[in-house]
Write a new protein. Structure first.
Length: 129
């Protein structure tokens, strides 16, 4: 078994595509529109299956906002430099909600950003070997 994708329901598909491609540096991999079923999909990622897991952005016609609830945590993305990633994300209009720095009680450098729908994304610094 392996992880294929994670689906996020979004209130504005183009806004989310723009965020994940322009702010987070992902690629738009493919889209599907299902007017009869009243939804549209966009798959984004740093590469496509099978080498990379993807994010499936789902827009249900007429739904502009979702409640996060208390079960959702975050998506984690590896970055070579969390400080530089925060600067780049902020420069592209992204919202950094926890500045880069060591995790509480540890040494791993992390940061958090939030997408336009309120989903949290953790940046975990891993230096290239």
């Amino acid at each position: 078994m392996r992880l294929l994708h994670t689906m996020l329901r979004v209130g504005n598909l183009q806004r989310s595509i723009d965020f994940y491609t322009q702010v987070m540096g992902m690629q738009l991999l493919r889209t599907t529109d299902r007017p009869e079923q009243q939804y549209s999909l966009a798959f984004v990622g740093y590469g496509s299956n099978p080498e990379h897991a993807e994010l499936e952005l789902t827009y249900n016609y007429g739904v502009e906002q979702y409640e996060m609830g208390t079960a959702y945590g975050h998506i984690a993305i590896e970055v070579p430099d969390a400080y530089a990633a925060c600067e780049r994300i902020r420069a592209h209009g992204g919202q950094v909600t926890r500045e880069a720095g060591p995790v509480k009680g540890g040494h791993t450098v992390i940061a958090f950003v939030t997408d336009p729908d309120g989903y949290k994304i953790e940046l975990i610094e891993r230096k290239p070997a």
